[in-house]
Design a protein around this ligand. Structure first.
Ligand SMILES: C[S@@+](CC[C@H](N)C(=O)[O-])C[C@H]1O[C@@H](n2cnc3c(N)ncnc32)[C@H](O)[C@@H]1O
Length: 277
C-alpha cells in the first residue's frame, strides 16, 4: 500500500464541511467537543502513558477545538503551545482559548511557526520539544513528508506523539445492539473512515525510534455521552454500505435516543511515542 499520498474519505469531511453538515447534520466542532467531554480523561491517560516529564515548546498538529492542546497546557504549564490547523473555524476557537495559532495546510509539510509568512517544510523559529498529532495524521495527504518535517523541527531530546482511534468509539452494551454497532463500524470502514496504516514504519523511516501502545477507557453515561452516541448513529445511518435491515435498525435505535438506550461508552486509542534516532 502506498502511503506517500494518504487521503481518506473521512478526511474529506472537513474539506467539504458545510455541504456534509447540510446532508447529515454532522457538526465537526460539536463532535470534537463531545469527544473531549466524554473521553477527555482518555487523552489525559494517553498523556500519562507517554513518559515525557517536561516540555517547553509544544506543537499540536491538527489541533481542532483544542481538546489535546488544553490537556498539554495543563500538563506542561510553563510550555508555549502552538496549535496548527487549516480550518478557520477551529483556529478562531483556539485563538479564543489563548493558544498561539498557525494557519497551515499540513498537506504541504511541517509549517514555519513564526514570522510573517508561513511556508512548507521550513525549520520553525521556536525550539520545539514535543509535537502532538491526535486523530490528525491520517487526514494528511503526505504523512511521510510531514513526519520528516517534524523530525527536522524537533530540538534534541524532543518527542513526537501520534494518537489515533484504534477503532471508532463503542457505545452499545446489549449483545444484539453491539452487533448492529459492529455492522455500522464495518460500513464506516468501507467508506474509509478512520483509515490509517500502522504508523510505526513511516515514523521510523523519518528518523525516529517509535514505541506503540494502546490505551482503553470507559466513560460514564452522561447526557453528553448520550448525545455523542446519537451523533455517531446519525452519521452511520447515511452510510452506503449499511444493509437495508441495519439501516432500519439504526433508524429505530435513533428513535429511542436519548434516554431509552443502555450505554457503555468506551474507546481505545493507539499511541506512538517517537524520539529522534
Ligand atoms: C479529527 S480532528 C482532531 C482534532 C484534535 N486533534 C483532537 O484530538 O480533538 C482533525 C483536525 O485536523 C485538521 N486537519 C485535517 N487535515 C489538515 C491539514 N491538511 N492541515 C491542517 N489541519 C488539518 C482538521 O481541521 C481538524 O481540526
Amino acid at each position: 500500500m502506498d502511503h506517500s499520498s494518504h487521503r481518506t474519505p473521512d478526511h474529506d469531511h472537513d474539506h467539504d464541511h458545510h455541504s456534509h453538515q447540510r446532508f447529515t447534520g454532522f457538526d465537526q466542532q460539536r463532535v470534537l467537543d463531545l469527544d473531549a467531554e466524554v473521553f477527555g480523561n482518555h487523552l489525559a491517560a494517553v498523556l500519562d502513558s507517554i513518559g515525557v516529564p517536561t516540555a517547553c515548546g509544544i506543537v499540536d498538529l491538527g489541533a481542532g477545538t483544542g481538546a489535546g492542546s488544553r490537556l498539554l497546557w495543563e500538563r506542561y504549564p510553563a510550555a508555549g503551545v502552538t496549535c496548527v490547523d487549516r480550518n478557520p473555524q477551529m483556529l478562531g476557537l483556539l485563538r479564543e482559548q489563548g493558544f498561539t495559532v498557525v494557519e497551515a495546510n499540513l498537506d504541504d509539510g511541517f509549517p514555519v511557526l513564526a514570522g510573517p509568512s508561513i511556508t512548507a517544510d521550513a525549520v520553525p523559529a521556536t525550539p520545539v520539544d514535543l509535537v502532538w498529532a491526535s486523530s490528525s495524521l491520517h487526514h494528511v495527504a503526505h504523512p511521510a513528508q510531514l513526519l520528516s518535517g517534524v523530525r527536522g523541527a524537533l530540538a534534541p531530546g524532543g518527542a513526537l506523539v501520534v494518537v489515533e482511534l484504534t477503532a471508532l468509539p463503542r457505545f452499545l452494551s446489549r449483545s444484539d445492539e453491539a452487533l448492529l454497532e459492529q455492522h455500522c463500524h464495518a460500513a464506516a470502514a468501507a467508506a474509509g473512515w478512520n483509515h490509517y496504516p500502522d504508523w510505526t514504519t513511516m515514523i521510523e523511516a523519518a528518523g525516529f525510534r517509535a514505541t506503540r501502545s494502546e490505551v482503553t477507557n470507559f466513560a460514564p453515561v452522561t447526557p453528553a455521552a448520550r448525545e455523542y452516541a446519537q451523533q455517531w448513529f446519525q452519521r452511520f445511518s447515511h452510510l452506503a454500505a449499511l444493509s437495508a435491515d441495519d439501516r432500519e435498525a439504526v433508524g429505530n435505535l435513533l428513535k429511542r435516543f436519548p434516554d431509552d438506550i443502555e450505554l457503555e461508552p468506551r474507546t481505545t486509542r493507539t499511541v506512538w511515542v517517537a524520539t529522534p534516532t
